[in-house]
Design a protein around this ligand. Sequence first.
Ligand code: GLU
Ligand code: ZN
Length: 316
Amino acid sequence: MASVFGRYAPSPTGDLHLGNLRTALLAWAYAKNSGRGFLIRMEDLDERSRPEFVTSQLKDLEALGLTWEGEVIFQSHRIDEYEAAFEHLSSRGLLYECYCTRRELAAITSAPHRPPGSYPGTCRDLSCEEREAGRAKLAGTGRGPALRLRVEGENAPLHIALVDAICGEFTGIVDDLVLRRGDGPFSYNFVSVYDDGVTGVSQVVRGNDLLPSTPRQIYLQECLAMSRPEYVHVPMVMNAEGVRLAKRDGAVTMKELAAYSWTSADIIELLGRSLGFGSVRSAQEFAAALAGENVGSKPWLIDPKELELGPACIRE
Ligand code: GLU
Ligand code: ZN
């Protein structure tokens, strides 16, 4: 029987902040509570990835007490496999070249009646002459055409519904997603779906900013004959202004919080309290508290200024 895993798949582009740490802890706890193994995958195809962040992120996950199966998976080591899967899709006639520039895409996708960011299939059925013209337009820009997946549905645009363990039923548009960018790299959607499928991931826990992309990912999964994992999209963390938490908001990483006397156990307790748990001080206690609980879909609001008061602030 294929092993079943949960996973946490950070991009090593910075130190993990409280929102990332909370998602990681939840991903681990959901996996443990459902008897799954747990994998860590570094999504390091992003050009902002740095080896020092791989090191610091893994150190922080270890400090929280998370454990994982086998070696950490690095997407940058798997390019040959992605090439083969990509070629296979291409040989089935499922891909086409898109010549749209960034500016053109921004203009099309902000048009009325279209969900924000969705691609209307502008380059899907071009004539040979139009393709020539598209290539000529890109020549000299240093980019080639992007490669998109041709999405066929009875009624265009296609929609796919899913049931998320936290967000409930969600239906979203499936547009012709980019599998390979015009400047060469494979897209996040492609490698993430491919890796989940081939590594036996049957539970995807991640931030709910990715919920709108999930229908597209499911479509690609189906093209690759992979089975659909369970989805658990966890709420974002917002700052005092109701804006998604970012590094500049203050002391939000483990290293920064340590300067205000926060230990790993304190941080686990803080993350637990954000979910309505009592005093949980280890990853195990966090998982035990999560079992049978409902994680609401509301964001966690936090004022990083208060964290500078030290861990006592969570017990007042
Ligand atoms: N690497 C993505 C991120 O850090 C997460 C992707 C995923 O979990 O599917 O936002
Ligand atoms: Zn296009």
